[in-house]
Design a binder for this molecule. Sequence first.
Ligand SMILES: *Cc1c(COP(=O)(O)O)cnc(C)c1O
Length: 453
Amino acid sequence: MEKSRIEYYSTNLKAEKVSFSEALLKGLAPDGGLYMPTYIPLLSDKELEDIKASDNYSKIAYTVLRKFLSDEIGNEYLLHLCEDAYNFSVPLERVGSTNSFIMRLDQGPTASFKDFAARMMARLMNHFIEKKREHYTILTATSGDTGSAVASAFQGLDGIDVIILYPAEEVTDMQRKQMTTLTGNIKVIAINGKFDDCQRLVKKAFVDPTFSDRHLSSANSINIGRLLPQSVYYIYAWAKLAKKDEPIIFSVPSGNYGNLMGGIIGREMGLPVSKFIISTNANNGVPKYLASGIYRPIVPSINCISSAMNVGHPSNLARIIALYGGVMDEKGNISKEPDIESIRKDFIALSISDKETKETIKNVYNRYKTILEPHGAVAWKGLTDSIGTDQTDNQLMVSLETAHPFKFKEEIIKLLGLTPDIPMSLKGLDNKPEYFTNMENDYQALKDFIVKN
Ligand SMILES: *Cc1c(COP(=O)(O)O)cnc(C)c1O
């Protein structure tokens, strides 16, 4: 059996390879690229069998993550971290009498799928930092849900401060309150700009020599530590739903493509995924790229009701391009073409308008009494438009619901005339005071803030 160490290379190919813990703590590679594993380990037949026989999400997470982490973290401790991080359910709901399911990734403490990654990442970072006895500052841009998931996951950790940037006008009240009602090691900045501006500011700080001796790290999906945990729920869904080697199709509501990258890692580990459906909102750079072979970021990004996907240039596209043999820099310039025919075989990419998203929320409720929020509705519409759920060969399909409908209750009330049940985790936010700083879209201002804090 091969047992060589998995290293992490930068998609810009101009930085040294590092270990997982270094990639995790650095976030972004020093050449501005994203870390990718030099190879992705295959789950053995035995491991896949064990996974299939198990009902326990944390055990499955352990089996998957161990393949990457066993060199750097003890098995027993990793199992403990998985059990500690994944203490909530992962419902898979059949839709009517179809062979399609909605996977609700919204049962964590901040009611979005970002909890899966953030909770594992916080625990891993904490572990590696404690070993080094250093102090870290996590700098993160959010389009809504990353900020709250990261703030919740890192709150109260000793060696880590967290600074979160969000676009002032582009998050919901609920999303904002989930971040701004936390204190202590969590600092929140409202940027007068868009998500892409926040992301740009953060990336600039990472390559700024001023901060080279200050341990800055990222909790965005540019961090490989976010992606590995996101492969687990794909494997879990297959394990629970598929007959022996039955292939599966996933529809993924995509913004920065971190969620999708998690699924792709799962597939590379041996999960029989026959297709990924990339469902985007009006920010359709990738659907256009697959159709034309020419990639252009959407500048400025377009505001849609699926606000967590208002991303004009998805960071993780560079990773997908790398996996298919190409090279794309952080601005989206392709210096080496990937095997686009293979990409077209493995993915279907569609752009769903706000009007279609709203109709989908209504139709799905009227037909199946199932409540979707805008991101999950984009995924469902992508699935029904590309493959259809009334197909005769009855393929197994899973559409990802990435947030709890209550987080988008204003929209749901307007469309369905009802208020979704509030999850326990979101109760009581309205009465808490909020703490945040307003800032122009200006790097110097951010720099001053980081120096001061
Ligand atoms: C972040 C987010 C997305 C997009 O996920 P990416 O990994 O950025 O593609 C979709 N839906 C919700 C609710 C989110 O919070």
